[in-house]
Each structure stands twice: as structure tokens, then as C-alpha cells.
Ligand binder design. Structure first.
Ligand code: FES
Length: 183
């Protein structure tokens, strides 16, 4: 696979958002086509408090990046085709076997993936592979992750971690807790 297979992060379908703090819970907004940079307070960053994200603007096939505890996380809404493809991957073919549906969404949300953006090899940021062919490819040493962040091949040994999160509603995602009362 060539470097050209990796999406340019500046393309229209890649959004970058930062999380903002309001009281105990940060708020992040997807503001397309603008980059919405809000600065959480030093206290919020230090405490690693949960952050709230309105995911209503993330369309199928789009990814956004949020920050939590000073680290980036991808949120991607999978297309019907991608959902079908990840469900077909055999656990026997995975280094770090985990069913795709254990890494997708919540009880009422069946198409959102939330994973840490740092490669589990040495921490580089993988980039989305053109056309969502497989998922993300790390530019440093070539690890390839599927659209749920499961390692498919390359030097990384483990999947992209899934952070604690909960959906307070279908459009309100809270990263950093599994307790909906933290909303
Ligand atoms: S840091 Fe990603 S493959 Fe090495």
C-alpha cells in the first residue's frame, strides 16, 4: 500500500475538534466546516474530567478527533458497508481478538466507533485509508487497524484502546465515564 492510499487529513471529510470545559463536564461541538477550538481549563485538563460531544453532525463515513486527558481520540460514524466489512473479519485472523460489535456504539447507537488515536506500537497517529478500505494506517511503521481500531497487521500488537464512554442520548456522547449521570 502506498503513501497515496492514506487520506490527506486536510480533506473535507476529516474534522478536527477540541473539547471545551463547562463546569465539571467539557463540551465539544462539531462545527463544520470550521475548526472549533475551545480551550478547557487547566483544572479540567489536569483532572481528566469527562467531556461531552454532540455527535449529531458526524455523518456516515466521517471522522472527528477530540481531546480527552490531553490525548486525541477518533470518533467515526461507520457506513453500512464498513459495518458489514468489520463484522466479517474472523477473530482467528486478529492478533488481539475482539468482536467488532463490542467496539461500536452503545445500546441505542450502532454505528459510532470511539478509539484512542495513538498507535499502540510507538504512539504515532494513524491516518484514515482512502475510501475507508480497511481503516487506519500508521505512517511510522505501517500498522493497519480496521474501522473499529482492531490491529490487522504491522508491528503494533494490540488494538487502539476504547476509552470509557456512555451515550446520554443518541446524539450526546460523554467520553471519560460510563455513568450517564455525569452528563
Ligand atoms: S508507531 Fe505506529 S506502527 Fe510504529
Amino acid at each position: 500500500m502506498s503513501a497515496n492510499d492514506v487520506k490527506d487529513p486536510n480533506r473535507r471529510d476529516f474534522l478536527y475538534i477540541a473539547t471545551g470545559a463547562m463546569g465539571a463536564v467539557g463540551t465539544a461541538a462539531v462545527a463544520w466546516p470550521f475548526i472549533d477550538q475551545m480551550n478547557p481549563s487547566a483544572e479540567t485538563r489536569a483532572a481528566g474530567l469527562p467531556v461531552e460531544i454532540d455527535v449529531s453532525s458526524i455523518e456516515a463515513g466521517q471522522s472527528v478527533t477530540i481531546m480527552w486527558r490531553s490525548k486525541p481520540y477518533f470518533i467515526r460514524r461507520l457506513t453500512t458497508k464498513e459495518l458489514s466489512e468489520v463484522s466479517k473479519v474472523s477473530l482467528n485472523d486478529l492478533k488481539d481478538p475482539q468482536a467488532a460489535d463490542e467496539r461500536i456504539g452503545g445500546s441505542e447507537v450502532k454505528d459510532l466507533v470511539i478509539v484512542a488515536s495513538n498507535c499502540t506500537h510507538l504512539g504515532c497517529i494513524p491516518k484514515e485509508i482512502e475510501n475507508g478500505a480497511e481503516g487506519w494506517k500508521c505512517p511510522c511503521h505501517g500498522s493497519v487497524f480496521d474501522m473499529t481500531g482492531r490491529i490487522l497487521r504491522g508491528p503494533a500488537a494490540t488494538n487502539l484502546p476504547v476509552p470509557p464512554y456512555v451515550f446520554a442520548t443518541a446524539n450526546k456522547l460523554i467520553v471519560g465515564t460510563t455513568n450517564p449521570e455525569d452528563a
